[in-house]
Design a protein around this ligand. Structure first.
Ligand SMILES: NC(=O)c1ccc[n+]([C@@H]2O[C@H](COP(=O)([O-])OP(=O)(O)OC[C@H]3O[C@@H](n4cnc5c(N)ncnc54)[C@H](OP(=O)(O)O)[C@@H]3O)[C@@H](O)[C@H]2O)c1
Length: 322
């Protein structure tokens, strides 16, 4: 039961190739979507070799791939990292919905998708609360890394840094000149998405879809000058009042690290550079604002927690069932 990884040249594809350990002698095949004509031929030739197809492409390429697999009546498991299928299929986040995933697999569902990276990080941090206490309201403001936008954006960012820092001397250049306001370098982008504020909509819809809830969620998403790891400032209103200590204990799980609310620890541990490539979601600045209302700051590696890890764990879940 081999695995085919599509879009292996991208950031998610590269991370997936590094981190997936195939079970029971499964082998990994990697494919690029550079030419869909050739891909069609290759798929016709190779399709019998694999049972899992993990798609790490943009949603338009994922759509084409899904179309080809349907046309050739492939019956394996299609696991997609993009947003293409998120409003029809089960969004996988086993920390929250493992039982649902198992039930879907047993019922014969073959198509699954990963969630939006900020949502997966947020819900992983809230894993100890979900299902135990009713969440009335969430306010989630994000500070998202440039790698959340893919390889091309990272390449542009690096080019800008080179041209500004190396050629011009950053400080002098920025003080004396007025650079392009769309610059990523030493700047933030206060709108993520095209016409709609897609990221904010995704947080609201996907969170409620994964939880099967109707929580009021308000969000402002911003792209910041950070290479890797998304940060989120969260305010949560619970239907019941609990103590700050109980809240902290509920957040502390095997996949979260609680950072003590001191200046030293917060500055050292609660930032994207420290958290990069770590297998934990870091949660700090945990405070009680009023009865049942808490605030916290979350930092998580969006390529791992937000993209790759839930898909790898899904493969393990399915592989152990079938
Ligand atoms: N980045 C994140 O943090 C994140 C988190 C959650 C979900 N996702 C979703 O996962 C999917 C993949 O995201 P991504 O961040 O990996 O996007 P990406 O780096 O832009 O890669 C997407 C695809 O673009 C193609 N590509 C085109 N030019 C390229 C170049 N110069 N270098 C490398 N690849 C190039 C590659 O396809 P081929 O290899 O087929 O040529 C690659 O698989 C997207 O649908 C995204 O929405 C991303």
């Amino acid at each position: 039961m081999n695995i085919a990884i599509f879009g292996y040249r991208g950031l998610v594809g590269q991370e997936l190739c590094k981190r997936i350990y195939p079970l029971m002698n499964d082998k990994i095949y990697v494919y690029t979507m550079r030419s869909t004509d050739k891909l069609h031929k290759k798929l016709n030739r190779d399709i019998g070799k694999f049972r899992f197809l993990i798609c790490c492409c943009t949603s338009s390429l994922a759509y084409q791939l899904l179309k080809i697999t349907k046309k050739i009546r492939w019956e394996g498991y299609f696991i997609d990292a993009s947003s293409l299928l998120r409003y029809g299929k089960t969004i996988v986040l086993d920390i929250i919905n493992k039982q649902k995933i198992i039930q879907c697999v047993k019922e014969g569902q073959k198509i699954f998708c990963g969630g939006n990276c900020t949502v997966s990080i947020l819900l992983t941090a809230l894993g100890g609360i979900v299902g135990k206490l009713y969440i009335e309201k969430l306010i989630c403001n994000t500070y998202q890394a440039i790698s959340g936008c893919g390889r091309v954006m990272i390449n542009n960012f690096i080019k800008q840094i080179r041209s500004i820092v190396i050629k011009e001397g950053a400080c002098e250049y920025y003080i004396e000149n007025k650079p392009c306001p769309r610059s990523l370098c030493f700047n933030i982008s206060t709108w993520i998405g095209d016409k709609k504020a897609e990221e904010e909509e995704k947080i609201c819809k996907e969170t409620n879809s994964i939880l099967g809830s109707d929580i009021r969620i308000y969000s402002t998403c911003v792209r910041v000058n950070v290479i890797r790891c998304h940060s989120e400032a969260v305010i949560i209103k619970l239907s019941k009042d609990i103590s700050l200590d109980t809240f902290r204990k509920m957040i502390r799980k095997k996949y979260t690290k609680i950072v003590s609310d001191t200046p030293d620890d917060t500055k050292r541990f609660l930032n994207p550079i420290y958290v990069s490539k770590k297998k934990y979601i870091f949660v700090g600045r945990i405070r009680k604002l009023s009865p049942g209302v808490f605030s916290m700051f979350i930092v998580g590696d969006q390529l791992l927690w937000g993209a790759v890890d839930p898909l790898i764990r899904l493969y393990y879940i399915i592989r152990r069932i079938i």
